[in-house]
Design a protein around this ligand. Structure first.
Ligand SMILES: Nc1nc2c(c(=O)[nH]1)N[C@H]1C(S)=C(S)[C@@H](COP(=O)(O)O)O[C@H]1N2
Ligand SMILES: [Mo]
Length: 304
């Protein structure tokens, strides 16, 4: 039995969260433990360099050609290839749960009241690759204020559309569909948290989550749920999709943390798409000065 170690393979291939899952189940059934993974992380990290002061945004081609969107396939080029026919018009977003103003919004009516902002954020996937991305969107806090959540609302839960006829991946049991994510209310209200409708000043391409996706720049990329069709205000911590599929590997918080390795690979360095050298991963993806206070007193190893 050959067990690949991170040192043997480029980080671009330490991907396929689901493929490994199946394999891991197989290994468990076969009574074989995956070993030697964390041991080789030091080697990988030894080549990591400090990041430059100026971080250049990734190109349009990189951002729209290298995606994670399992509804359209598990390879990085699947979403671009398979999402061309995906219909984002008309689009409805249901706002429900513990709010004064529950409603079904047409996408156009939902976004119309707000000014779109352009923001360049670091983006860090849990698979240890990263990009710098010029998003366009609306601070989630502004939207939430309009919905008037009740004091009993402690979390916000987001749900992706369920459309198996347009999303071939949803016909397969790769993940539990539809994809679900969640934030604690104070995380949702943080000024960095963005409801994204565009990229490079243009309309968001389907593969990046059109018409509406979440971006929380201090968390791993999987928190950035795509094609949102429902926003629910709830009193209990939602169970997010990746936590459901592998609770020992993916948590609710998913804060970027170089000190907490993924069980199968290092999180202390990353490969910037388009660059050769690995770079050191920053606490909270470099946004610690803005967000660390949200987690004061919490054990970030337990709450990963
Ligand atoms: N609905 C849905 N949202 C999703 C995913 C997905 O498979 N389905 N993948 C997540 C992961 S793991 C990452 S890294 C980002 C990738 O966003 P990007 O393709 O725009 O870079 O989307 C996240 N949002
Ligand atoms: Mo990811």
């Amino acid at each position: 039995m050959l067990i690949k170690k991170p040192g043997d393979i480029p980080s671009s291939e330490i991907t396929s969260e689901n493929l490994y899952l199946n394999r891991r189940k197989f290994l468990a059934v076969a009574g074989i433990a995956a070993t030697g993974v964390v041991g080789s992380r030091r080697l990988l990290d030894a080549f990591a360099v400090a990041r430059p002061q100026e971080e250049k945004p990734n190109t349009w081609e990189e951002i729209t050609g290298y995606n994670n969107y399992y509804e359209f396939g598990t390879d990085k080029d699947d979403p671009a290839a398979n999402s061309k026919e995906f219909r984002t018009k008309p689009w409805t977003v249901k706002v429900d749960g513990l709010v004064k103003k529950p409603a079904d919004y047409h996408f156009e009516d939902l976004v119309k009241p707000y000014k779109l902002e352009d923001r360049i954020y670091r983006f860090r996937c849990v698979e240890a690759w990263s990009m710098v991305i010029p998003w366009r969107g609306i601070p989630l806090a502004e939207m939430i204020k309009t919905f008037e959540p009740l004091p009993s609302a402690k979390y916000v839960q987001f749900t992706t559309i369920y459309a198996p006829n347009e999303m071939p991946g949803q016909k397969l049991a790769i993940l539990q569909w539809p994809y679900v994510e969640g934030l604690r209310m104070d995380e949702a209200m943080h000024p960095l948290t963005l409801m994204v409708t565009g990229l490079y000043g243009k309309t968001l391409p389907n593969q990046n989550g059109a018409p509406l996706r979440l971006i929380v720049p201090w968390k791993y990329g999987f928190k950035g749920i795509k094609a949102i069709t429902r926003i629910s205000f709830v009193d209990k911590q939602p169970r997010n999709t990746w936590q459901i599929s592998a609770p020992d590997e993916y948590g609710f918080y998913a804060n970027v943390n170089p000190d907490v390795d993924h069980p199968r690979w290092t999180q202390s360095s990353e490969r910037r798409i388009g660059q050769f050298r690995r770079m050191k991963t920053l606490m909270f993806n470099g946004y610690a000065d803005r967000v660390a206070s949200l987690y004061a007193g919490m054990d970030l190893r337990k709450n990963f």
